[in-house]
Design a protein around this ligand. Structure first.
Ligand code: ACO
Length: 405
């Protein structure tokens, strides 16, 4: 590893590395990925152990503080989050400005950005106490905002948070509850959703996290920095991939299902088609994404709980995966399923509409964004992010009067 800052100071040299293929943008102690082994650790703990033995709020505590909480710390953290789940009633008026058919990520980008207007007591990103309370507020309010965005698009009344429910259980209640009925949270769905949150909580310097770091490096309002992350996550090459993966499965299903996989794969391999196998491939994982394995397990559990074991889309996904993993095109490029390949099927089974999948991802990734932002700001050596460029435009020239142009 070359410390390019020293090289620049000594020689004036800088590197040209579009897409950051080989440039570390920071030092971090939060998440470790070994892409060749297919290994993911949060603060040193394997994702498999966290997804099996911990819940999402414990994972949040770990990402933010570096250690898993003991029982007292967990209780204190959970009740603090629970205390902050409501959003200002003014947010309803802001929400009403959106068209009912707006994409939930358009709404989420706006709503999270709008939070920056409400908390004048925590706008100083350089103040550790401000960062701490902003972290709690964001983790607590994201489920409320996602559920509000959903209820708004379907024209149902908003459901207020319920303090006695778990983080995931409360989200299910706000999404699927209605004021006239008692909503019973299914423990299997609650656990599945909690696992989805854990698996998406952080993933080191991905595009949205790097966006949050770059945005936050100017010292901006922490809620505004997170809104930038939401905007970046929306894209189909990043958080939008689970939505795209499920739509792809629907399309293959419509065309004839399992029998049409061969034809679809042919299209993917044709470089002129611009068709990708969504939910496959990853910048860092050149082996099976460990989250995809856990997600496949969760998919099995949820479908069994709901009596959907024979779900044709799940069958199609498994067959598609099998065929792709034996195909030279995917093998030679080390393309394996990523977390998004199965997460759409789980979410659809839970009842989450396809266009809200990326919103769920944003909800879960919020803690990662904040942990990374706070790590950066807490580093005494942090500087505003300011990439260099390789200029390829015009040489200096003179402006001609408009009549001569
Ligand atoms: N389907 C078909 N071909 C693919 C796919 C895919 N899903 N992914 C990569 N390739 C091919 C590329 O065309 C390229 O082929 P070439 O060498 O013949 O030109 C080769 O594999 C290398 O791919 P790159 O695009 O250079 O890899 P990169 O690291 O830039 O992209 C990415 C990674 C964006 C995730 C890509 O694999 C992709 O678009 N996948 C589908 C979208 C997706 O699932 N995104 C979710 C990522 S995980 C997340 O955000 C949570």
């Amino acid at each position: 590893v070359i410390d390019i800052r020293k090289l620049y100071a000594q020689t004036g040299m800088f590197t040209y590395d579009p897409g950051f293929m080989s440039t570390a943008s920071c030092q971090s102690t939060i998440t470790y990925i070994d892409g060749d082994k297919g290994e993911l650790l949060y603060r040193g703990y394997p994702i498999e152990q966290l997804a099996t033995n911990c819940d999402f709020l414990e994972t949040c505590y770990l990402l933010l503080n570096g250690e898993l909480p003991n029982a007292t710390e967990k209780e204190k953290f959970s009740s603090l989050v629970t205390k902050h789940t409501m959003v200002n009633e003014q947010m309803q008026f802001f929400l009403r400005g959106f068209r009912r058919d707006a994409h939930p990520m358009a709404i989420m980008t706006g709503l999270v950005g709008a939070l920056s207007a409400f908390y004048h007591d925590s706008t100083d990103i350089n103040n550790p106490e401000h960062r701490e309370i902003s972290a709690i507020r964001l983790i607590a309010k994201m489920p409320t905002l996602v559920a509000m965005a959903y209820k708004y698009t379907i024209g149902q009344p908003y459901m207020y948070p319920k303090n006695e429910l778990s983080y995931a259980g409360n989200f299910l209640h706000m999404m699927f509850g209605v004021p006239c009925e008692d909503y019973k949270v299914s423990p299997v769905l609650e656990r599945a959703l909690d696992r989805i949150f854990i698996l998406h909580a952080d993933h080191e310097q991905n595009a949205s996290t790097s966006t949050v770091r770059l945005c936050g490096s100017s010292g901006t309002n922490p809620f505004a920095a997170i809104a930038a992350g939401v905007a970046c996550l929306w894209g189909p090459a990043h958080g939008g991939a689970n939505e795209a993966a499920l739509n792809m499965l629907y399309d293959i299903q419509k065309e004839g299902g399992v029998e049409k996989i061969g034809e679809f794969i042919k299209k993917v391999k044709d470089k002129n088609s611009n068709v990708k196998l969504m939910g496959f491939g990853h910048r860092v994982y050149k082996n099976y994404d460990p989250r995809a394995k856990l997600m496949q397990e969760t998919c099995n559990e949820v479908l069994t709980e709901l009596g959907l074991e024979k779900d044709p889309l799940f069958k199609l996904a498994k067959e598609l995966e099998k065929i792709a993993l034996e195909d030279e095109y995917f093998v030679s490029r080390k393309l394996y399923p990523n977390v998004d390949f199965y997460s759409g099927i789980v979410q659809r089974a839970i009842g989450i509409p396809v266009n809200l999948f990326t919103g769920i991802f944003a909800l879960a990734r919020t803690v990662g964004w904040i942990a990374q932002l706070n790590e950066m700001i807490g580093d005494p050596e942090y500087k505003i992010g300011r990439p260099r460029q390789l200029f390829t435009g015009s040489a200096p020239r003179d402006v001609k009067p408009i009549a001569q142009r």
